[in-house]
Write a protein that binds this ligand. Structure first.
Ligand code: ACO
Length: 191
């Protein structure tokens, strides 16, 4: 996704980790103009993600990120747009308190790391960018994909999880979250 400003000036790393402070590179904390552009990038990606999932409202925006304790991993392509760079996509995660059912139907209360929103620009899907972002997040958070919960996953995300992480056996829930069998394995040892 291209913008009429320099993406490389806002995001100095290939993958930036953003939280409620909305600070990416060295300068965004002290330059209101860069902060405004950063907010535009998040808002536009959030809208595109909602459209791709046929949601009526965006789950991700700069103002939402500022008020929620979530983390957003943003992937850029620094070389495109004649060197100005482009936003490739994002992955948003956060902890949620959930009441889940295990395979036997027993209630389990947990506060796992959840995938809350995930989007790769339309023309760049199926090129491995989603995997690059997801793997980065797994390392950054030191978490296994089977230990996470997925908020209303789209068919594309379910296919992605099956292909890259062999996650196929989901355990039926009464809420919008999807968890897999690994989630309940040795649960007592997991937070
Ligand atoms: N149809 C079916 N499966 C797809 C598609 C598609 N159009 N696109 C990606 N996938 C899955 C497939 O398993 C694919 O493997 P295959 O090509 O061998 O079939 C695999 O993802 C490809 O892996 P990557 O290239 O690493 O994934 P990508 O960069 O496309 O990112 C993502 C995956 C984020 C799901 C992307 O396709 C996307 O943005 N989709 C639209 C938005 C969306 O559905 N987001 C998830 C919302 S749910 C949530 O966030 C909790």
């Amino acid at each position: 996704m291209e913008f009429p400003f320099d993406i490389n000036q806002i995001f100095t790393e290939r993958i930036s980790v953003l939280d409620q402070n909305l600070v990416a590179g060295r300068w965004t904390a002290t330059r209101p103009d860069l902060q405004a552009n950063l907010a535009t990038v998040i808002d536009e990606l959030g809208k595109a993600s909602a459209k791709a999932q046929q949601l009526t409202a965006a789950v991700t925006s700069a103002s939402k990120l500022q008020t929620q304790r979530h983390q957003l991993y943003l992937l850029k392509d620094g070389e495109s747009s004649s060197g100005r760079g482009a936003a490739v996509g994002f992955l948003k995660v956060g902890h949620k308190k959930l009441f889940l059912l295990d395979r036997q139907g027993v209630h389990v209360e947990a506060e796992p790391l959840c995938v809350l929103d995930f989007y790769i620009a339309e023309n760049l899907q199926r090129h491995g960018y989603g995997l690059e972002l997801f793997d980065f997040m797994l390392q950054h958070k030191s978490v296994e994909p089977g230990r996470m919960a997925y908020d209303r996953p789209s068919p594309k995300l379910l296919s992605f999880l099956e292909k890259h992480y062999s996650l196929t056996q989901n355990v039926p829930q009464v809420n919008n979250f999807v968890v897999f069998e690994d989630f309940f394995f040795n649960r007592a040892a997991v937070q």
